[in-house]
Design a protein around this ligand. Sequence first.
Ligand code: TRP
Ligand code: ZN
Ligand code: CA
Length: 453
Amino acid sequence: MKISVPGARRISTRTATAAGLALAGLLVTAAPAATAAPMAAPPTLRSAPSAVLAAPDIPLANVKAHLTQLSSIAAANGGNRAHGRAGYLASVNYVKGKLDAAGFTTSVQQFTSSGATGYNLIADWPGGDPNQVVMSGAHLDSVTSGAGINDNGSGSAATLEAALAVSRAQLQPAKHLRFAWWGAEELGLIGSKYYVNNLPSAERAKISGYLNFDMIGSPNPGYFVYDDDPEIEQTFKDYYAGIGIPTEIETEGDGRSDHAPFQNVGIPVGGLFSGADYIKTAAQAQKWGGTSGQAFDRCYHASCDTTANINDTVLDRNSDAIAYAVWTLSAATTVPPAGTVFENLADVTVPDNGAAITSSVTVSGLTGNAPPALKVGVDIKHTWRGDLVIDLLAPDGTAYRLKNSSGSDSADNVIATYTVNASSEVANGVWKLRVQDIASSDTGYIDSWRLTF
Ligand code: TRP
Ligand code: ZN
Ligand code: CA
């Protein structure tokens, strides 16, 4: 895959610098280092112990909720979600509904196999370079003998949740993101072969890589990474190295899932797998836990492949690994994570019984609106805080009252953190703290204030 894999970016949750303090008399507005003029060129953000990776933690509960739905769909349709059965189309419609609601452009591709109509579901996330497509997929069909929750509700649900995380983040990746749910894998990779065979060669050439997720929640799990494209493989290995879990190369049958048709036409592929009917060795049980001498999935292609046939830990980790790979391989531009602080450390005198004054904080590098619980930290030194009326002004001028005056409140200083529902305000722009002293004799100044996004 022709991709540059950026190092995991870490972002300091506090961006104000001591150096900033030295800029006496200047408005000291801390911003992400990328835009902080006085700092050296590269955006080397000081990492804090609590720094986070840009890719999100996929909620296991969400993935499992999709599995519960797929299980119900099977139960309502004769016990399976197999090609040509009602449970398959119901599964497609479930996944499609979630994607449509999240802003994906979806399409259903029909094909015929064994005398029945099959369906591939394709979902494109708007934006990114159309000539560099990072594609992720999972087969959505089960065998006829059961609900197919590990094979392959697991890959389907985790891929869906990664896509929904892209939407929640309103990710703006450099590359175009596409997701697929394949039909009739269990009949011989029919859906994915149909997709690849019907893709014009010019379109094939645009696919930078295809990531496959088939059986990623096995009850007696292994941690297997496909060994094909080195960069995709390394991306998954990086994720697992980061959480200290050893992986092995997937060897349980090459070409046994939907990556094979892509691989066969020269598209770089990769993927994750937690094991099917191969037996876990003693060495594998030693490093991963579980039971040696037993299959990774004793319910492989059996009626017992139900919601009980899932190991939560491996499903959780593989779901996070998918998100990590999608974020990393699409070279998504990172935005400061929740918790980024923008602050102004410059002192501003508040005139006694006088006009309101303001102090500004410039917010940049964020996307979308401010959060519903924007934290406004205020440090005002004053000898009678009841004199003070304090507002936060959004970039468009909307005022949010933080504190009213109260003549009887004779205590010193306003050192407080206010929570403002700023979700109707665009995050980026110049925010102001407006302070007015409405009674004479006691005086003070804004010492500092900050916004935590
Ligand atoms: N659905 C696949 C199959 O029935 C499961 C599988 C077996 C698999 N071995 C694999 C998936 C190796 C990925 C990689 O063949
Ligand atoms: Zn499968
Ligand atoms: Ca006063």
